[in-house]
Design a protein around this ligand. Structure first.
Ligand SMILES: Cc1cc2nc3c(=O)[nH]c(=O)nc-3n(C[C@H](O)[C@H](O)[C@H](O)COP(=O)(O)O)c2cc1C
Length: 325
């Protein structure tokens, strides 16, 4: 049975696509902690055509993660036609198009947030993608920013265009490309977008606490929320959210629970990539898990020199217990 748009957008908590973070293991751990909807890291549409197997690796996922979306970036509607077909071989529940990425290596190819300056091309990409998805009954979402810079904020018009071109749902991270990740996201633009379009709107940007999430829903009227940096090194934030949504209480996650999640993350990484690669890739995550803890710099240095999973996990445990968190 295919996933409905309601399944994806009715008061759902999304894990944001995060390049370098939301790989198969991190998505699994977030799902186990309580994320409702997860998305792949951004995958190049051109890459899917020219380096198919390597690009599809980023789209690998386990069935338990469903509903799961594949996010594509690119700038050529013709390329999208073929790239989407290749992405569909992985059988995702939806396709998401990245029109918000601000990084140079993406925008220099007129992709990501650069598409906000080319609304006709953006609409064409959505339209050709939608045509391919319709027979498969697979929804399409578009994720974008408030605009290119403070002089060209166009998220309302852009969102309306995306809806008219065939998007089934849209996600707004209301910062301009020029802002990158600085300052605060302007949630008022989400409120206005929600009034502007009839398709579901997913609110994104600066949700770090449960109160932020409540405020995002209340202030913007968005249909669902998406969380990125708030769960990096803290996938148990999803556990807290689900517990709040079911009981109304904000509960603390114990040290034991956190350690269990970190151990599980390591276990998933090993099963996905083998121990050697897992130890290497988990260094980034350990640095997030231990950020701000007393003595963490020293422990991170030691972790980065170790090649045995047990020793690494023991160090993390010692650090967490020493910090009594
Ligand atoms: C490390 C990192 C990687 C990101 N990678 C992607 C990506 O691949 N695709 C995308 O659409 N957005 C990406 N983003 C943007 C996030 O999905 C999200 O829109 C942004 O971080 C704002 O949400 P937050 O305040 O909850 O983090 C990335 C952000 C960060 C910090």
């Amino acid at each position: 049975m295919s996933i409905t748009i309601k399944d994806l957008t009715e008061n759902k908590v999304w894990l944001a696509p995060l390049a370098g973070i939301t790989d198969n293991s991190f998505r699994s751990i977030c799902k186990e902690c309580g994320a409702d909807v997860v998305v792949s890291e951004m995958i190049s549409a051109d890459g899917l055509l020219h380096n198919r197997d390597r690009s599809l690796e980023y789209a690998r996922f386990d069935d338990e993660q469903r509903p799961y979306g594949i996010q594509l970036f690119g700038s050529d509607p013709e390329v999208f036609k073929n790239a989407v077909k290749i992405a569909l071989t992985k059988k995702p529940d939806f396709i998401d198009i990245n029109m918000g990425c601000p990084v140079k290596k993406v925008i220099k190819h007129s992709a990501g947030s650069a598409l906000m300056t080319e609304p006709d091309v953006a609409a064409e990409i959505v339209s050709v993608t939608k045509k391919i998805l319709i027979p498969h009954n697979i929804p399409l979402s578009v994720k974008f920013r408030s605009g290119w810079d403070m002089f060209s904020i166009n998220s309302l018009e852009f969102g309306r265009n995306m809806q008219n071109a065939g998007a089934d749902m849209i996600c707004l991270h209301p910062r301009t490309r020029g802002q990158m990740f600085s300052g605060k996201s302007n949630w008022d633009l989400i409120t206005e977008l929600k009034k502007e379009v009839s398709i579901p709107v997913i609110g994104n940007g600066d949700i770090i606490t449960i109160n932020d999430m409540i405020a995002m829903y209340e202030r913007t009227g968005c249909d669902s929320v998406m969380i990125g940096r708030g769960v990096i090194g803290k996938p148990w934030f999803f556990t807290q959210i689900q517990s709040y949504l079911s009981s109304g209480d904000i509960r603390q996650i114990t040290t034991e629970e956190k350690l269990k999640i970190i151990n599980r993350h390591m276990e998933l990484m090993i099963s996905n990539k083998g121990e050697r690669q897992a130890i290497f890739e988990m260094r980034t995550h350990f640095s997030h898990y231990t950020k701000g803890l007393r003595g963490s710099a020293h422990i991170r240095n030691r972790i980065n020199k170790l090649h045995e999973t047990d020793k690494i996990l023991l160090l993390v445990e010692e650090l967490f217990k020493a910090n009594k968190i």
